[in-house]
Write a protein that binds this ligand. Sequence first.
Ligand SMILES: Nc1ncnc2c1ncn2[C@@H]1O[C@H](COP(=O)(O)OP(=O)(O)OP(=O)(O)O)[C@@H](O)[C@H]1O
Length: 770
Amino acid sequence: MAEDDNGPSNIRVICRFRPINDKEKELFADKQVCEFPPDKRTVIINSQIDSGGPSNFNFDYVFTPAARQVDVYNIAAKPTVEAVMQGFNGTVFAYGQTSSGKTFTMTGSNMSDPEYMGIIPRMVSTVFEKIESSEAKIEFQVKVGYCEIYLEKIKDLLDTSKSNLKVHEDRTRGVYIADLTEEYASSGEEVYQLMKIGTDNREVAYTHMNAGSSRSHSIFILTITQTNSIDYSSKTGKLYLVDLAGSEKVGKTGAAGKRLEEAKNINKSLTMLGNVITALTDGKSSHVPYRDSKLTRVLQDSLGGNSKTSLIVTCSPSPFNEAETISTLRFGVRAKSIKNKPKVNREYTVNELKLMLAQAKEEILKKDRIIATMKKTMQNSGVTMIDEKQIKTDEDEYDEEIQPQVIDVKSNEVYSELIIEIEDLQNKLAEVTRVMQKHKNHEDQLILENEQLHNNHEFIYKQITELQFRKAQSEDLLREKEEVVEKLTVENELLQSELNQEIDKKLNIESQLNEKTAELESVSKKQIQRLSEEKKIIEEKLANEIENNKQLTYDIEKMEQDIKKNLNDEKKLKIIEDSHNQEKERWLNEKRALINELNARVKKYVDIQMAIDKAEEKYKALENMMPDDKRELKKRSDTLERNLEQLNLMYHQLVSQKSMLKVDKQVCDRKIVRLNNKNLEHEKVIKDQTEKIVKLEQENESLREVIKKLEQKSRMTLGPATGNTKIKKVIRGGGDNSIIFKTPTSRRTLSAISETHKEQEEIEEDIINN
Ligand SMILES: Nc1ncnc2c1ncn2[C@@H]1O[C@H](COP(=O)(O)OP(=O)(O)OP(=O)(O)O)[C@@H](O)[C@H]1O
């Protein structure tokens, strides 16, 4: 058997029992219904319900509740991931009642703890370890997809906006989920990140049986493509890691409302899964109802198709769940007899295809010779051979009369073998034809991409022209701005010097003014001070005189009173009167003199006051006269300052605009240089591609010739046996007869396509960045 095809293989079924949980302990203490014989392949159930005695269930491996996560991984899943790394499809899925340990087994209770991490993180590690230890010439691509089936809808867990994905099928990809988000990952860490995103988006709920019960079937998909960078052969392995939602008895889980709806749906899809398994294993069913549920449709290749599949059935050891455990074990036993047909998903190299063609040609020649010999032998022994022309290729026109002769020929054992071999050859030819067609499609794609490249080239060229135009515009603008800046700079300098002169003048005047003010102030201050002192003295004297006067008036009044009192003594009085009059006269004279003096002094005071007022007025006039000059000067200098400020502002703005324009210009220049370089590269790629296409077309022409000849030969060889419908069916099944071959695409072309892709992506990225 070829390395690529290990022939049909059974699904591996592994059974795992989890430890008894608290609830079960409460109800049944440590009692267990299961027993584990030392062969590690059998579990014996000592039924508590059924008195029919113990029942044995056999699996590929049985794990006891004490099993460690790492052991479960090594036995149940590692062989599958290893097969995926060889280009096979692989599936590991967990089935069991709710709370039996499916998620614990698939994901683990702690993804970062090596003791508790489950199968998925371990598989991811193995994938990247294998990548690391593989040869340098092998290039890998790892893609991650994650979805769940919830209430019969496929929801993308990496992009929750996609909530109802469809399942498609084609000859090359098999069954697949269309439009599922697939993210590239280059390390285990990146895959864990994606797993975390997806897990956070899952439908999980609390039930009486499990605090974090999965309400959906989750499917984690890893696609690993490896390409040999020397001969360009490639292999793609797809790994499906499925954590099914648990079957549950509604009464036990306490489901109601939304939970009840979910439970019904889960149970229904698990029943459909059971039906598919029954149809695959009972040997009676001609139809497998994959399309009855989304789950079975998605798992179509994993169950009876192109996949190496491991099923892990998870169970509870407690009598509390005995019925569910037995049902799970029965499911596992049935699944064990499913036969899958895994094969390596590989792409042939041109050399391999050429080799296959050469082998086919050789085989056909060999058969031709055998047929010729046989014909001769038969003719010699009297058997009438059918003339090739007599045989009609149309099945409906099958000639009943020649049937006995054909039967005669058929009865010949060697001839039958020959037919089988020719059939085989036909299959190979169909395969080669199919691959050729695929290559032709690649070539068409290449041409299309080339056109796209041309379009991109034109687009870039347009962009360059536009940028050059913009650059010229910016340069003009820059020039204009520079001229304006220069003009303004000159004006500014002129104004600056004018302003400096004005400032000097202003300073001069200000200092003169200050001097004069100081002078005037000192003179006026001295005068005022002196006058004030004199005024003070006069005021004091005046106050004294007034006081004296008051005293005198008082005395006179007193004397008059005394005189009046002494009127009786006229003489005395007369004398007194005379003396009094004299005295009075003297006093009056004195008083008059004093009053005159006082008046003179008051006059002098008034004169002084007037002089002061005059001086003050003069000073004020001087002061008024001075601020006018000052104000005018200030006004002028303020205007000049404002002008200067504005000019400065304008100057700075222009300078910054100029530097910005300079930066713009530099950026434009750089862009143009970069785009010109890209453009040159681009033109070179287009030229290379065109040359490659021409070369490929030549290659294709010669291969087409070979195929034509081969087909002619094959038709000629098969001529006598075309009455056999089996051969026709094979040709029809291939469906490639009507296909017109154009040019086969070599591996090198495929790599050129991917290179072109890369370049195109780089150019696009550049355009976006620019
Ligand atoms: N082998 C085990 N060892 C220790 N604990 C386990 C084991 N298996 C399961 N458990 C624990 O049992 C509980 C239920 O397990 P888990 O969630 O994996 O069940 P499930 O089958 O995925 O349930 P559901 O179908 O409801 O999602 C969890 O707390 C888990 O940690």
